[in-house]
Design a protein around this ligand. Sequence first.
Ligand code: APR
Length: 311
Amino acid sequence: MRKKITVIGGGNVGATTAQRLAEHGLADVVLVDIIEGVPQGKALDLLEAAPIEGHDFKITGTNGYSETENSDLVIITAGIARKPGMSRDDLIKTNMKIVQDVTREVAKSSPQAILIVVSNPLDAMCHVAYRVSGFDRRRVIGMAGVLDSARFRSFLASELDVSVENIQALVLGGHGDTMVPLPRITTVAGIPITELIPAKRLEEIIDRTRQGGAEIVSLLKTGSAFYAPASAAAQMAEAIIKDRKMILPCSVLLEGEYGINGLFIGVPVKLGVNGVEEIIEIKLTPDEDQALKKSAAAVQGLVDFLNQEEV
Ligand code: APR
């Protein structure tokens, strides 16, 4: 039987994700948004592209949840992007309420689903989805590391003028300024990156990676990145739907791994049909470990803020 994926939020990230899922041949897609007509219109437009793109997947738009029932996978992209004049706290509060509402509905309509969270601030929104859904930690997964690593890989490929496919890289930690790119295990066709790019230049590329989201916002001015985030969410979806056992950096709830307990943070995991099938613990150098702990402290600050709000 065909698999079914629901995408919540039919804005830039959600609609582009729906497009990638169908055009990558993964599943029937249901697109949900609160704005009347928008998910229906975008779904119909995508469906009308199917004869040209050459796929037979159904793409449906809706403002409710009955059409989403028993989805195998649900991708949450609902939320607002930060606007000028809006404080970080306002953004967190607004998106927390949205993610709470949609997760409640998802847990009722698709109790067996795996959740991929995309809404920001990412790691904190994973906590909200985890708590509200009551799902096992293997079934709540945040999209950040795949995107951050893709940004790092694309910058490195441009720098060296080599294929992006030659670059293997891993970015750990929270989805923000404190993320932890790991040059030590970044390679170009198996060659350590540290042998190909001088340390100072590599540091500049790492900084650009950390600011990758902000760079796009400063160019777009009216919104945030969506093509690469949608690609990242679709790759995670493929690993799960096709049970590919891919090792990808994702935000997951750590329970002692990496010396961190009770916090969602980006680490390498194996994704398959059961969701997070394994958390891969790599031995970090003291500097890397310190950077990961610093990143965890930043995420903890947001989670503490959310906990106060909920009381
Ligand atoms: N239920 C369903 N959809 C909702 C809800 C809700 N309760 N609240 C808001 N939405 C929808 C909006 O109507 C809008 O269509 O979420 C969509 C968000 O789309 P955009 O504003 O285009 O934002 P986008 O760029 O897609 O980003 C969405 O993903 O990457 C993150 O930081 C980004 O948190 C943001 C999210």
